[in-house]
Design a protein around this ligand. Structure first.
Ligand code: B12
Length: 451
C-alpha cells in the first residue's frame, strides 16, 4: 500500500530531468496543447481578429496536460505561459490566413515551439537544483582557466583576527572596467523591464493564502564576456573546468545580464530563529518562485530579440548540466562577476538587498555596459570574513553544515525539510539566509567602510 502511495506521489510530482536523448516519461502532452491552441485560435478569430492578452496555457504537473485559461491566482501544481507575447512573441501570429482552419494554424505554430516548450515545462516543474538535459555542445569545450589557479586552497591573504585560518579566502579579483562606449541598451531599461514583470506578472504570487507576491524590486548587474573573471571560474577551486564560458553558450555573445530577486517579507515572516523546519511560505516561495525565475529568463531573451539581438539562458538551455553539484553555469558566480554582490560564509551571494533571494541570468549579443564591481574580495560583504565578529549563519543552520572553516558539503541536505513538507512536496530549508544580519542588507559595519 505504502509503495503504491509513493508511486502515485512520484507520478503526481515528477522531478527528474533525464539526459538528452534518453526516453522522457514526463514529456508535455502534445494533444492537449494542440486542442488548447486550436480553441484559442478559434476564439480570437471570431468575426474579427482580436488577440487575447489574458489567455494562458496552463500545464499540470501530474500528467503534463495543458488547458486554456484566463489569468487567475496561480495554482501550485501548475505552470503558465501567455499565448500572446510569450509562446508567440510577434503580433498577428495567431491570425488565421485565408482558407486556413484553426486546427491547421495550431499545428503549424506548435511544430515550431513544441520542443522548446517541453524543455521549459521540464525546468519549470522540477524541484531543487538537479542537473539538466545535458545536450552536447556543437563545438569542443573551451577551457581557459586563469593564470594563477590555487587548487590547494591555501589562503594567501593576511590573516584576519577572529577568522579561522582554515577558512579559505581566495585571492582578490581585479575590478574590470571598459572605456566609455554607447551601449545598445541601458541598464535602466533592463531594470524597468524586469521590475515591470515583478510588479505586474500574475505568476509572481504564492499559490497559498491570499497569494502575496514572492519577489520584490530586482537588482540588475551586467558583466562583459571579455572579463577575465569567466576564465577564473574554470579554476578547480572556483567552479572547475566544467563551467562554460559565455561564448560557448552563445556565439557572438558580448554581455551577461544577471538578476537578483529579493524575497518579499511574506516569505520569511513566519520563519523564526527557533524552528527547525522552514516556514511553509519559504519552501513554497522557493519552489514556486523558481518558476518565476524562468519567466524572467524567458522574458529577457525576448527583450534582447526585440532589439535585434540574440540571447540565451544557460539554466533553461537543453545543454545545461553539472558535474555533481558543480554546474556548467553558476548563477552565484555570474552575479558576483556582474557586480551584484559577494559570497558569504554560508556560500550565498550577499547583495545590496542581502542574501535572501535568488538569481537568474541571460547571455546576449547586446553590447551592454558592465557594472563596475565595488569589491575585489570574494567574501567582501560577509561580516565573518570582515572581522570575525559574526557567526549568525553558523548558529542558525540546523544541521551544522556551516562552520567557521566554511560549509561542509553534503550536510545541508540532511535537514529533513523535505520529509517535513512531504504532503506539499516542498522542501527547501534556507535557514542560512533568513534572520541573520546579511539577510536583507550588507551588514552595517561593512557598509560604513564601503562609503
Ligand atoms: C548545487 C546547488 C545547491 C546544493 C549545494 C551544494 C554545493 N556544494 O554547492 C544544495 C542543494 C545543497 C543547495 C542548497 C541551497 N541553495 Co542552491 N544551488 C545549487 C546550484 C545548482 C549550484 C551551486 C554551485 O555552483 N555549487 C558549486 C560550488 C563549487 O560552488 P560554491 O561552493 O558556492 O563556490 C565557492 C568557490 O567558488 C569559492 N571560490 C574559491 N575561489 C574563488 C574565486 C572566485 C573569484 C570566486 C567568485 C569564488 C571562489 O567560493 C565559493 C563560495 O564558497 C545553484 C544554481 C546554479 N546553477 O547556479 C543553486 C543556488 C546556488 N542555490 C540557491 C539557494 C537559494 C539555495 C538554498 C538557500 C536553498 C534553496 N535551494 O533555495 C540552499 C543554501 C545552501 C547553501 N548555504 O549553500 C541560490 C543562491 C541564492 C543566493 N542568494 O546566493 C542558487 C543560485 C539558485 C538560484 N537560481 O537562485 N544548492
Amino acid at each position: 500500500m505504502k509503495e503504491i502511495l509513493e508511486a502515485e506521489k512520484a507520478s503526481l510530482f515528477p522531478n527528474e530531468i533525464p539526459k538528452w536523448g534518453e526516453p522522457y516519461p514526463n514529456r508535455l502532452d502534445k494533444k492537449s496543447v494542440l486542442t488548447s491552441l486550436t480553441d484559442y485560435i478559434l476564439q480570437v478569430n471570431y468575426r474579427e481578429y482580436k488577440p487575447d492578452k489574458r489567455k494562458v496555457l496552463a500545464v499540470r504537473i501530474s500528467d503534463r496536460t495543458a488547458t486554456l485559461r484566463n489569468v487567475a491566482p496561480p495554482l501550485r501544481h501548475e505552470v503558465y505561459y501567455f499565448i500572446e507575447g510569450e509562446l508567440f512573441p510577434y503580433e498577428g501570429m495567431t491570425k488565421l490566413r485565408e482558407g486556413q482552419t484553426p486546427a491547421e494554424l495550431a499545428e503549424e505554430l506548435l511544430d515550431d515551439i513544441y520542443e522548446q516548450l517541453y524543455i521549459w515545462v521540464a525546468y519549470d516543474l522540477t524541484k531543487g537544483s538537479p542537473p539538466g538535459f545535458g545536450k552536447p555542445f556543437d563545438e569542443p569545450h573551451i577551457f581557459k582557466g586563469s593564470e594563477n589557479p590555487n587548487p590547494e586552497r591555501i589562503t594567501r591573504l593576511a590573516p584576519v583576527k577572529g577568522v579561522n585560518p582554515l577558512f579559505f579566502r581566495p585571492d582578490p579579483v581585479p575590478v574590470y572596467t571598459v572605456d566609455d562606449f554607447v551601449p545598445d541598451v541601458t541598464i535602466e531599461e533592463i531594470f524597468r523591464h524586469v521590475d515591470d514583470l515583478v510588479k505586474n506578472d500574475f505568476r509572481n504570487a504564492l499559490p497559498e493564502g491570499d497569494n502575496p507576491p514572492i519577489w520584490e524590486t530586482p537588482l540588475i548587474g551586467i558583466a562583459s564576456v571579455d572579463d577575465p573573471i569567466f576564465a577564473r571560474f574554470q579554476d578547480p577551486e572556483v567552479e572547475g573546468s566544467g563551467h562554460r564560458l559565455p561564448q560557448e553558450w552563445l556565439k557572438g555573445a558580448r554581455s551577461v545580464i544577471s538578476v537578483f530577486l529579493p524575497f518579499t517579507k511574506h516569505i520569511s515572516a513566519h520563519y523564526t530563529k527557533q524552528q527547525r523546519y522552514s516556514a511553509l511560505e519559504f519552501s513554497s516561495g522557493k519552489w514556486n518562485g523558481s518558476k518565476f525565475l524562468n519567466v524572467v529568463r524567458r522574458s529577457l531573451i525576448r527583450f534582447a530579440n526585440s532589439r535585434g539581438a540574440e540571447a540565451l539562458a544557460p539554466n533553461i538551455d537543453p545543454r545545461y548540466d553539472s558535474d555533481g553539484w558543480r554546474p556548467y553555469w553558476s548563477e552565484r558566480h555570474v552575479a558576483f562577476a556582474a557586480g551584484l554582490g559577494t559570497f558569504g560564509l554560508h556560500q550565498n551571494l550577499i547583495s545590496e538587498r542581502g542574501a535572501l533571494g535568488r538569481i537568474c541570468s541571460v547571455i546576449t549579443t547586446l553590447n551592454l555596459k558592465p557594472t563596475v564591481r565595488s569589491y575585489t574580495d570574494v567574501y567582501g560583504y560577509c561580516l565573518y570574513a570582515f572581522d570575525g565578529s559574526c557567526d549568525a549563519c553558523i548558529r542558525r543552520c540546523p544541521t551544522g553544515a556551516i562552520t567557521d572553516a566554511g560549509k561542509v558539503d553534503g550536510r545541508c541536505e540532511t535537514h529533513g525539510n523535505k520529509e517535513h513538507f512531504k504532503d506539499w512536496n516542498y522542501g527547501s530549508c534556507g535557514h542560512c539566509s533568513t534572520n541573520i544580519p546579511c539577510s536583507r542588507t550588507i551588514p552595517a559595519k561593512i557598509k560604513r567602510t564601503l562609503k
